[in-house]
Ligand binder design. Structure first.
Ligand SMILES: *Cc1c(COP(=O)(O)O)cnc(C)c1O
Length: 389
């Protein structure tokens, strides 16, 4: 696997997965669909490939690209983001303990709760978010994590910005605390991508991506990835689970993701810029009771976000201060935004998050989550004006 790359991500990604094909020298990679590979007469495997579940050439190209992009030791891709999360949780032993940030993708929270219900692990939920500046004093968030850490704690799992409240966690501070304790820090990097935030360089051990979102970027792939800072026991355990449990990303989805990755820097730049413009505009609007976006100077995590992110991202949530039904009815007026869950595509999405999450949701009933796409920002603003009217 190629080692750390110091070239700029734009340059790396412009030719993502495009190292010349040994057969014909095609400028873009082929899709290797073979499920199995022929052995030589002497019983060896000339190409090194044996069977598609174990390894596949197109998947290797994607995993190499993601590892280089994140400055990681290795990356593994899975059928979905949740399959990646599940593979990581499968490495735990009975009785192991996990600390979860208390504002987290609801699917991960439900998966952990389900496993705990079957006696497979225990967990604590902690508010890891900060309102911290560079004061030097240990933040309340780190104190809370320290208090929750027990000898059985193996993983600390955070999202920053978190979903759907866009709270910010100080990755470096939490990583230092985890390192002291010997627990692995997992950062869900789906919302930021390696372009806006680099958790491994801040001391995290694993980054999880829902490839479904920005990395593939066109709302036509389901996929997930785990990216590792070093090669260690956890890395090997995840690799073994990927190969044996088989929740792998299929070759065509790997190929589509490589295709999407080539435009990731350009997409992120435009989408982040538009989100910032809309967040500023919305924060002055009396019809909105709150705007959750870390790029706003009054956001409680703004200082930390400015330190650890190179852009504030293209996701934001707004609050209407009205009932759930009234909020849902407002979402129904959208004409430019697509009314759908998910995020990270070229098209802007709007959703009433609480009714998507369903039973057990902790999301406020008046919250609308926005994923900003590539449309002209004025058209998006006009649509939001209609929604809020
Ligand atoms: C979508 C999402 C996931 C789950 O990924 P899937 O590809 O839908 O399985 C996990 N974390 C975050 C932050 C997400 O947005």
């Amino acid at each position: 696997m190629p080692q750390r790359s110091h070239i700029h991500p734009e340059t790396l990604l412009a030719k993502a997965g495009c190292q010349p094909d040994s057969d014909l020298g095609g400028a873009t990679p082929p899709v290797h669909m073979a499920s199995t590979f022929e052995r030589s007469e002497d019983g060896t495997y000339e190409s090194g490939y044996v069977y598609g579940r174990l390894a596949n050439p197109t998947r290797d190209r994607l995993e190499d690209t993601l590892a280089r992009l994140e400055g990681a030791a290795s990356a593994r891709v899975f059928a979905t983001g949740m399959a990646a999360a599940n593979a990581l949780l499968q490495t735990l032993h009975a009785g192991d303990h996990v600390i979860l940030g208390d504002d987290l993708y609801f699917g991960v929270r439900n998966l952990v709760h389900g496993m705990a219900g079957r006696g497979l692990l225990t967990y604590s939920e902690v508010d890891t978010s900060c309102a911290d500046t560079d004061s030097g004093a240990e933040s309340a968030a780190v104190q809370a994590i320290r208090a929750a850490l027990v000898p059985a704690t193996k993983l600390v799992w955070i999202e920053t910005p978190s979903n759907p409240l866009l709270r910010i966690t100080d990755i470096a501070a939490v990583a230092a605390c985890c390192q002291e304790h010997g627990a692995a820090l997992v950062v869900d990097g789906t919302w930021t991508t390696p372009l806006l935030q680099r958790p491994l360089e801040l001391g995290a051990d694993v980054v999880l991506h829902s490839v479904t979102k920005y990395l593939s970027g066109h709302s036509d792939v389901l996929g997930g990835a785990l990216v590792f800072r070093t090669d260690n026991e956890l890395t090997h355990a995840v690799h073994a689970i990927q190969q044996s449990a088989g929740a792998i990303l299929d070759p065509f989805s790997c190929w589509l993701t490589l295709r999407g990755l080539r435009s990731l820097p350009a997409r992120m730049r435009v989408q982040t810029e538009s989100a910032g413009i809309l967040a500023d505009w919305l924060s002055d609007d009396p019809r909105v009771s709150a705007v959750h976006y870390p790029g706003l100077a009054h956001h409680p995590g703004h200082a930390v976000a400015a330190r650890q992110m190179t852009g504030f991202g293209a996701m934001l949530s707004i609050r209407t201060g009205r009932s759930g039904d009234e909020t849902l009815a407002r979402v129904g007026r959208a004409r430019v935004f697509t009314r759908a869950t998910s995020l990270g595509g070229t098209e802007s999405l709007i959703e009433h998050r609480r009714s998507v999450e369903g039973e057990g949701s902790r999301t406020p009933a008046d919250l609308i989550r926005l994923s900003i796409g590539l449309e002209h920002v004025d058209d998006l603003r006009e649509d939001l004006d209609r929604i809020l009217a």
